[in-house]
Each structure stands twice: as C-alpha cells, then as structure tokens.
Ligand binder design. Sequence first.
Ligand code: ZN
Length: 345
Amino acid sequence: MRAALTGLHLTGAGRLLAPYTQGEGLIFTLHQVCPDEEKDRAFSPNRILKVTPDFLEAVLDQVLEAGLDVVTLDEAADRLTHGEGGRFACFTFDDGYRDNLQYALPLFQARQLPLTLYVPTDYPSGNGELWWLALEAAFAKASPEILVDRDGDVWRLPTGNDADKSRSYERIYWWLRGLDERRMREIVQALATRYGIDLAEQCRDLIMTWDELRVMAADPLVTIGAHTKDHFALAKLPVDEAVEQIVESADRLETELGVRPVHFAYPYGDPGSAGTREFALTEGAGVRTAVTTRKGMLFPAHRDYLTALPRVSLNGEFQKLSYTSLYLTGAPFAIWNGFQQVDAA
Ligand SMILES: [Zn+2]
C-alpha cells in the first residue's frame, strides 16, 4: 500500500485519474486522536488506530483548501440523494475514545465543522472489551513466549523480540477474528487474567463515560451514531441477535442522550463482519446511513446503498499529507476496487 501510494504520488497519476475516481466525497474513519508516545516502539500493532492532533488539524485544513465541504452524515445523505451540492467530506470517530473529547473536538469547534462519533453502548458503561488492546497489553508482559488457550491445549508463540511479537500478535489476532464472538471474548478474558490485565479498567481509562458523551452530544457540531452494544461482528451472529445489537444500542443511546441515532457503523466493518444481510437489517431498523470499513469514495450510485457506505481510514502508519492528498483523488481506492464504484455484496 505504501509503495502504491508513493508511486501514485510521484508519477502524478492520482491527479490524472481524479476526474474519474474522486466521486462526490468521502467519509474518513478515525479512532484515537492523541500525541504519539509510541514513535520509537517497534511493537505497536494498534498504532494504525491513532493519529496525532497535529496531523488531524493539518488534514482538516487540507480538505478545506481542496475545496471540499466538511458536512454531517445527514447532509452527505442529502447530497447523494439529490445529486446537489459540492464535493464533501465527513469525519467519523469509532468507539468513543476520551481523547476525541480532549484533542479532536476543539479542532472541529475552532473551524465550526461537524463530526460523528459511533459508540458501542457497553463501552461508556465501563464494561467494554477493547480486546485488541488487551491482547497488545498481554504481549507487553509476555516474554519470551505468550501462552494462549486453544481447543483444550496451550498454544505457545514466541515474544522474545519485537519481530517475534509482531508476527505472533498477527497470528493470534487473526485466529481470534475467525472465532465465534463469545468464544473469542472468553479466550481473551482468560488471557487477560493470565497476564494480569483488567479489561474493564482499560475501558474506563480510554473510553468516555456517559457524562462525557453528554458533553460532546450537547455540541450541535456532534452527531452520535450507534455501533452495537458489544462491538461484535454482526455477520457472525444469528439474525435475532444481530437485530438486538442494532436496535437495543439505538434504544440505549436514545435513553442516555435524548436523541435516537439514525446513523450506524458496523463493528470491524470488513466484508466478513458486515454484508448484504446486515445492510438490510440496519435499513429495516430505520437507520439512515451505515458505514463499513470497505475502502472507497462516495459516488451518486451510493444513494441506493446508504447502509453500505465505504470509508477511508486515517491510518496512524500513514500520517503524511501527501497520502491524504492522494486519498482525495480517490485513485488509490479505485485501483484497490478494480474501478468498481459500489461494493455492497
Ligand atoms: Zn469499533
């Protein structure tokens, strides 16, 4: 990906393709926004989910200078539906990290620009399982190997140096992602117990409380969207449980914040976590827009797929304005998608 971006940048191909690939706009995905304290750490598997406030500020200005309007998801849906208005960008933040209030909100307030947060309702209650961070914390403690319970056996993987840690983390992470959601959480809980990690404490450290969320929600610039209760991959759940995750998370947000959310983000958001069944379920539940993590720009045809929208991640490993300037052309995603504009299968 990095080589492809550099190639597009150096050859100017991105700019040439832009009229065909830039579409009507895009939705950025962010998670944490905080100063980088891990710059020199070789093993930092979740760094992709963090950008610095300085980078976010520079991207906001870059997007405005490029002539895009920064709009709400409702305005984005209106522009797609009616085919009117200029090119636009939406900024969305997943999971409800406290640093969004501390570092991101002031940047939007200073420019009077809107943003959206997607919050799994178990998280502000302090019971959320940010299991990917618990896994990283276990790796920090495990050396020279990590022990994981697997099918009645103990799986041992090397963690003696950063390269081993990175390789072993990837293996365990993707093995876990393939398991049944509840089984997977049990394994992570057992791992956390073994290495003395408290998932609830981790959640309370990193995620806003309901009171903090109410502070954010009170700002008219902020839209709060649903992101299920437990942050389960919906496609892996039986249909009644998937519906419950969608509907009851909206109920809870309405009770806590006084407004029923009409925007939704699928946890993980990849094709294995959200597909045609889930796109129909959110639509059936009265959701107006729902976002995936499939990469891409928004095109007029998306007006018929408002619950299957692609996004563009502001990835912590790619914090350069030359990359984001390419994102705005849409060229990297067009190439990624084989020039297919809508991917809702
Ligand atoms: Zn999420």
